[in-house]
Ligand binder design. Structure first.
Ligand code: FES
Length: 142
């Protein structure tokens, strides 16, 4: 079988480019100049003082296109998505049980683990990383 003129050269050029790119990556890494992942953004959610008073604060964030519940459970701050994975219903937080219960059809989620307690489903509520700076809780997102 005869190849079209130029097809061999194209393959070789790709191979050559890949080797150059790998070599460049190795050189940058050796020199400590390898590309670093972008730092996470911080978005203010609420103050610790507000959370101590209300135990649960739910706010929508355009940056992550999600509603995030900040909860105080056993003295620990927990941030989870507060959009019900069933059909997007609203949650009510029960502090004494550490449960988020959907107002629409009653699915209950453990605030600590994000797992559903009364239905077997293949997902759990999303967890958000956060940091507390000068009494403010900041959601960390990409
Ligand atoms: S929408 Fe939440 S249980 Fe149905």
């Amino acid at each position: 079988m005869r190849e079209a003129p130029g097809s061999v050269a194209k393959t070789s050029a790709r191979y050559s480019d890949s080797r150059v790119a790998d070599s460049l990556d190795d050189s940058l890494e050796t020199a400590g100049l390898a590309p670093q992942p972008a730092p996470l953004k911080r978005i203010a959610h609420c103050s610790m003082e507000e959370l101590r008073q209300r135990r649960c604060i739910i706010r929508w964030f355009d940056e992550v296109r999600d509603e995030i519940a900040a909860m105080l459970v056993d003295g620990n701050v927990i941030l989870r998505s507060s959009v019900c994975p069933h059909f997007g219903g609203d949650f009510e937080f029960r502090a004494t049980e550490a449960i988020l219960e959907c107002k629409w059809h009653g699915w209950k989620f453990d605030a600590r683990t994000g797992e559903c307690r009364n239905h077997t489903i293949g997902t759990k509520l999303r967890t958000y990383q956060f940091e507390i700076v000068d009494g403010m809780i900041f959601v960390k997102c990409e």
